[in-house]
Design a protein. Structure first.
Length: 335
């Protein structure tokens, strides 16, 4: 029996948010680095999705298109008042110009959110993207902006109910974090040692203030993780074993090298071990980015690292030499 390879999913989030971001993602797809692109369906246009599909096809059809559910940025699809939206008037004071957009994350209030309204909006986002890519069966995965679906069991229930129809994989809530810069380099050389800690880490790290009450207690985070695992088992939906974001604070080849080495080591313990590394890319440092915790300049720094021939050559050589299966969610989790 042939050996089971470790699986690596490299995701680019936020397609549709900004033209610079779109171009950066498409370049990384063409370069063979990104294997899953997660789209903000309330912001993206049909032409932008077509451009992404063309790039994927021209690059060998190895990259998937995922749904990046979003209830915290931009205009809502359903233009109707809801507990997670507010109305703007473009400073014209003309009622005909009014539109409903999502509340900023700082003012998000879970305890005052009607989740029936949330579900309707999320279903509309799924329907919109499915219509653009030829049906739900062509959606590679479901994640959410700011990973907000890991903050409340209501969000998890909604996402799993949407994903179930086409058995769409869902992003793992188990986050491996860290910073590889000295002097902490030794602390984060073992993914497995972080799994228990990550189970109780807050996914709302660094977010506070406003009326949102966003910070999760360690106890609640642990319960949500257990609930996610229960849903995964009951719904029979695939999910990566963990996910890693922001290059551990340092976009650099040595981060990728370390990460792939860990995958191979863990695969010897758990055959078929898989993980997702997600990126935020932009081909320019210019332009506005709504995220206060991750600027366009940081996105551009990531892009500069991956958008080089040297990086692509090293990456492809390591994939081959270490026997790593690099692909989309559906390819890695359902093969």
């Amino acid at each position: 029996m042939p050996a089971i390879k470790p699986g690596l999913i490299i995701t680019a989030d936020d397609y549709g948010l900004h033209p610079n971001i779109n171009r950066g993602i498409i370049a990384a797809v063409r370069g063979g680095i990104v294997s899953s692109v997660h789209v903000m369906a309330n912001l993206v246009t049909k032409d932008e999705v077509k451009e992404l599909q063309d790039a994927i096809h021209e690059s060998g059809d190895v990259c998937g298109i995922g749904l990046h559910l979003n209830t915290t940025w931009g205009g809502a699809i359903i233009q109707k008042s809801a507990t997670f939206k507010h109305s703007w008037d473009h400073d014209t004071h003309n009622p005909e110009d009014d539109f409903y957009s999502y509340r900023d994350l700082n003012t998000y209030a879970h305890n005052r959110t009607n989740f029936d309204e949330i579900k309707k909006e999320m279903v509309e986002q799924f329907v919109r993207l499915a219509g653009m890519v030829g049906g739900g069966k062509n959606i590679d995965a479901i994640s959410s902006h700011y990973n907000i679906h890991f903050w409340d069991s209501n969000f998890l229930n909604i996402i799993y109910s949407i994903a179930d129809a086409q058995k769409i994989p869902v992003r793992s809530p188990i986050r491996i974090d860290g910073d590889l810069r000295e002097p902490k380099v030794n602390k984060y050389q073992n993914i497995a040692e972080q799994l228990l800690e990550s189970a109780i880490r807050t996914v709302a790290k660094g977010l506070s203030g406003g009326t949102g009450q966003l910070m999760l207690t360690a106890t609640k985070k642990k319960k949500l993780l257990e609930y996610h695992n229960l849903l995964t088992e009951n719904w029979k939906l695939p999910s990566p074993r963990n996910m890693c974001g922001y290059w551990f604070g340092q976009p650099d080849w040595k981060v990728m090298e370390w990460f792939m080495t860990e995958l191979k080591r863990l695969n010897a313990i758990v055959p078929g071990y898989n993980s997702e590394l997600f990126m935020h890319l932009s081909d320019s440092p210019d332009g506005n980015d709504h995220r206060w915790d991750y600027s366009m300049q940081k996105r551009y720094k990531e892009f500069q690292v991956v958008n080089t021939i040297d990086f692509a050559q090293k990456f492809n050589k390591w994939k081959t030499d270490m026997g790593i299966n690099h692909g989309s969610y559906r390819n890695i989790l359902q093969s």
